[in-house]
Design a protein around this ligand. Structure first.
Ligand code: ARG
Length: 573
């Protein structure tokens, strides 16, 4: 089904070109109305084209309204304020469109979706626990992948794990000297973290350790069997831990090409950089300087011949274009890596083919923790597993109070879904660039813009359908926007049709919170509708059927929207 904004844009374009005898389609933007008094949609066309047409905006708006051809879509048009045109849709049109929901696919072809987009996200560093930045990258990246797929793009999900670098020399030294075997068996990453920290502490007093670490790293790089074996072990152990979290978060990747995957490809990148005079020698290192003097120079090869994060990302860019045939790439990391990505994108432009395709760094702010509910053995890093467990526990407590009769196994499942969904929703519903503070109060609240509130709204609708079944009530396939359905029902119907626009907007800005906001508004509307009109006790059968249908479509939209945020729904709780 065609998006309403697209339909209206075409309709306005036809009328406007006839009235003003010129093509103005590029200037026509159809927006949601800011208030329900302003109709279903608005356009600021008259203001945007006032100079071009040479008349004042209100005059233009009036001319358009007076000369707009009668049609099946628009009930009335009004001028407002400095020259907005408010658009009120016909009930009969809303009715037809609502019936298409769930039965017809949205038509997003106007977005030019015939592209492959690689999403570089999660990307934790081996032998360390994921930190909260990786959690955000995982959650936001997964949602962006879902949104892109929904719109029709082909996506490749790539977990660019940090599996190479100087830390491995240190780890190997630490492993050989101080490993506690028993602890390693119980909590492998915890033990690797412990000995890594131990190394840093000891190395401060004993610089010979650093030399040893360099030696071990060199051996690893040259393919020394023992060190290679250890290195692989560290990777295996870490991935096992990460996968537990991915499984609980329902996150899946197409590739796990870590940094080490690109080792052999870096020398040729360096050759190109030298040949094209992009990198030059500076105090023994190879460095790229930028015209923009706010951007610090980037080192691509150190004095000792080793490569860096930048070099590895350049090799990655090339591989993705040449081998994976991507058209675009998006990267998700916290905002501390802004300069890094500016540098590599800029070098990509200097290098030209095959490096210079469209790339976006999707940044996010820091998540802080407001309450200290969970302990963590390793100081200030939060264990994600603890976070998920705690959410689940707290949700289960609520379910035990509200709905004790649900069988234990189902309770477990529901708690896990609502718990992890609540954490995801908390993250995704925020403006991603702001720093946010996590508190259980905000995350698990059943009121307000939270995961549990949306889940609860969905469950409410499901319980209507359970009752219908229990009481053997048949629902006729009916029209939804009866004329007597004024007020809240009409508002809800109009809102439901705006879902695909919210998805497009959230894609255009890579901001899942636009979908979250939309879902929250929709849930609020549904709940006021639910509280103000009887559904199952309604005496007029036709009105009852129409209301049930509206509830069904609401459930459909909520479910689909939550899915784009990577959140599953449950049927009761
Ligand atoms: N492993 C890096 C980190 O934890 C993030 C990698 C992001 N992706 C990339 N292509 N550089 O900071």
């Amino acid at each position: 089904m065609e998006l309403l904004t697209i339909k209206l844009k075409k309709l306005f374009s036809e009328n406007i070109s006839r009235i003003f005898d010129a093509d103005y389609i590029e200037k026509i933007d159809i927006q949601n109305s800011t208030k329900k008094e302003f109709g279903d949609f608005q356009t600021n066309f008259a203001m945007m084209s006032s100079k071009l047409i040479g008349k004042n905006p209100r005059e233009i708006a009036n001319t358009i309204i007076e000369n707009f051809e009668k049609n099946d879509i628009i009930e009335k048009l009004e001028v407002a304020g400095p020259g907005f045109i408010n658009i009120f849709l016909k009930n009969s049109f809303l009715n037809e469109e609502i019936k298409k929901l769930e039965n017809e696919k949205y038509d997003f072809s106007f977005l030019n979706t015939d592209k492959t987009v690689i999403i570089d996200y999660s990307s934790p560093n081996i032998a360390k626990r994921m930190h909260i930045g990786h959690l955000r990258s995982t959650i936001i990246g997964d949602s962006i992948k879902r949104i892109l797929n929904f719109l029709g793009f082909k996506t490749l999900a790539d977990n660019h794990i940090g599996d190479w670098g100087t830390q491995f020399g240190k780890l190997i030294v630490a492993y050989k000297n101080w490993l506690d075997k028993k602890a390693y068996e119980e909590d492998p990453i915890g033990e690797l973290e412990r000995i890594y920290v131990l190394f840093s502490d000891k190395a401060k007093k004993d610089s010979a350790l650093e030399d040893e670490a360099r030696e071990e790293l060199k051996k690893l790089q040259l393919g020394d069997e023992d060190n290679q074996k250890l290195w692989k072990e560290f990777i295996d152990i870490s991935l096992k831990e990460y996968n537990k979290i991915y499984e609980r978060l329902d996150v899946n990747f197409d590739y796990y090409y870590g940094e080490s995957f690109y080792n052999d490809m870096m020398p040729s990148v360096l050759e190109e950089l030298k040949k094209k005079n992009i990198a030059r020698e500076d105090q023994g290192a190879l460095v790229v300087f930028f015209e923009d003097d706010k951007l610090p120079p980037a080192i691509v090869q150190k004095k000792d011949g080793s490569f860096l994060y930048t070099t590895s990302d350049l090799a990655t860019m090339k591989f993705r274009k040449n081998e994976l045939k991507v058209d675009e790439a998006v990267y998700l990391t916290d905002d501390r890596q802004q300069n890094h990505f500016k540098q590599v994108f800029e070098i990509g432009k200097m290098l030209g083919e095959p490096y210079d395709y469209k790339k976006t760094h999707i940044v996010f702010g820091i998540m802080r923790f407001g309450d200290q509910i969970f302990s963590s053995r390793s100081g200030n890093t939060i264990r994600l597993v603890d976070l998920l467990d705690e959410a689940k526990k707290q949700v289960k407590k609520v379910i035990n109070e509200k709905n004790p009769n649900i069988p234990e196994e189902e309770k477990e499942k529901i708690s896990e879904t609502i718990g992890s969904g609540a954490i995801k929703y908390f993250d995704l519903s925020q403006n991603r660039t702001s720093d946010i503070t996590f508190t259980w109060e905000k995350v698990l609240n059943f009121e307000g813009n939270t995961g549990p509130y949306l889940q609860y709204t969905y469950v409410r609708i499901m319980s209507i359908f359970r009752k219908l079944e229990e009481e053997n009530i048949n629902v006729e396939n009916t029209d939804i926007v009866l004329d007597e359905m004024a007020g809240i029902e009409r508002e809800l119907a109009s809102e439901l049709l705006k879902f695909p626009q919210a998805v497009v907007k959230s894609y255009e800005n890579f901001r899942p919170n636009i979908i979250a906001d939309y879902l929250f508004d929709t849930a609020k509307l549904f709940n006021s509708f639910y509280n103000s009109s009887s559904i199952l006790k309604e005496e007029d059968k036709q009105v009852m059927d129409a209301r049930i249908l509206l509830a069904k479509k609401t459930a459909f939209v909520l479910k689909e929207g939550l899915e784009l945020l990577g959140i599953k729904t449950v049927n009761r709780m």
